[in-house]
Design a binder for this molecule. Structure first.
Ligand code: ASP
Length: 344
């Protein structure tokens, strides 16, 4: 008998479905049927799984905003036909894709869960099997009122379910490849799957909407001791730039050299939206805490608070497309839209 639980699984590529080239040993994406053949256990789950893939599976290093749009539109197309959506994705840029989808898919009342693996599925010690099977179980999980247990964009990896826009890839080797420094786990899988219901977003009353447009005219400038004016100028003087992410030290600090402050505030005068995002993974930007962030704070730099770099970058692209006025942009950027930041 066919199950009433229906999941749409979208395959984008990544290690999970890769196979080693017999001559060179290089890992390259393989096809979806091969992946499913490797996990016969999927047939034992009380769930019907339909599948689809991006045109050609890719290493996630090649993910572009166009792919995010395709994924978002694919989910929109079948939003009402499935209980949940599972996206198989390379881990390298999974946190960016999860962040992007969290902004593009508005008023979600269904789970969209990204997962992948550190070892290809055909390898005996691969983490792919557990990641995939538990992801599907979580995507079909319901609360006592029959609504979806996790109505948000998530990442599942190595027994942990994370809010997607809070994740950061922390290891190229460990099976536990991700971490959420500033937000608790949404669920943990052991003998049972324990959901942290207090941490999960409540489903909105509004109807679902897909809004995938992004502006990619953004630049990133990382602060480091010894940073030189001519290199900074070559980035900041670009007339195409509409948004700038300044990767600062600690709680939002930067060198206090006049040339640097002038260069950054000059951007703001041209209505370039400038966001302060810390190079630290844990904790938050706290503008004005130190003298070394005061001049930028006084000039109106935008705080990313405790957002990940990935979420801050995509939120910048998302809001640039929607809000031209600097003050309104700052207000929206500093407000949690999808649980991506906490203001204390
Ligand atoms: N390079 C791979 C990718 O991101 C790594 C992985 O899948 O984990 O596509």
């Amino acid at each position: 008998m066919k199950s009433s639980n229906k999941i749409l699984m979208l395959y984008t590529g990544g290690t999970i479905g890769m196979k080693a080239d017999e001559k060179t040993g290089t890992l390259a994406p393989f096809d979806f049927d091969f992946l499913l053949e490797q996990i016969p256990e999927l047939k034992l789950i009380d769930c019907t799984i339909d599948t689809d893939s991006l045109d050609a599976p890719i290493d996630s290093s090649n993910i572009k905003p166009e792919h995010w749009t395709k994924l978002a539109r694919r989910i929109e197309q079948d939003y009402h036909n499935y209980h949940g959506f599972v996206i198989l994705h390379g881990s390298d840029t999974m946190a960016y894709t999860a962040s992007a989808l969290s902004f593009m898919l508005q008023n979600l009342s269904k789970p969209v869960i990204l997962t992948g693996a550190q070892l290809p599925i055909g390898i005996p010690r691969s983490d792919a099997r557990e990641n995939l099977i538990t992801t599907i179980e979580i995507a079909t999980a319901k609360r006592s009122d029959q609504l979806a247990m996790v109505p948000e964009v998530c990442v599942y990896f190595e027994y942990n379910l994370y809010r997607g826009n809070r994740t950061h890839k922390t290891s190229t080797e460990d099976f536990e490849a991700f971490y959420s420094f500033n937000y608790p786990l949404l669920a943990q899988a052991g003998v049972n799957i324990k959901f942290n219901e207090a941490a999960i977003l409540t489903p909105p009353g509004e109807p679902f909407r897909c809004s995938p447009e992004l502006c990619t005219d953004v630049a990133v400038l990382t602060m480091f001791p010894g940073i030189q004016p001519h290199f900074v100028q070559s980035v900041l003087n670009n007339p195409e730039m509409k948004g700038l992410l300044l990767r600062t030290f600690g709680s939002g600090n930067a060198p206090t050299d006049k040339w640097l402050i002038d260069a950054v505030t000059g951007c703001m005068d041209r209505n370039v939206k400038v966001v302060n995002v810390s190079q630290c993974d844990g904790g938050a930007v706290n503008l004005g805490k130190y003298e070394a962030s005061k001049a930028l704070a006084d000039a109106g730099i935008i705080s990313s608070y405790d957002m990940t770099f990935e979420a801050a970058l995509v939120k910048m692209m998302y809001l640039l497309e929607r809000e031209a006025d600097y003050k309104n942009f700052k207000l929206l950027f500093e407000t949690p839209l999808r649980g991506e930041l906490t203001r204390k």
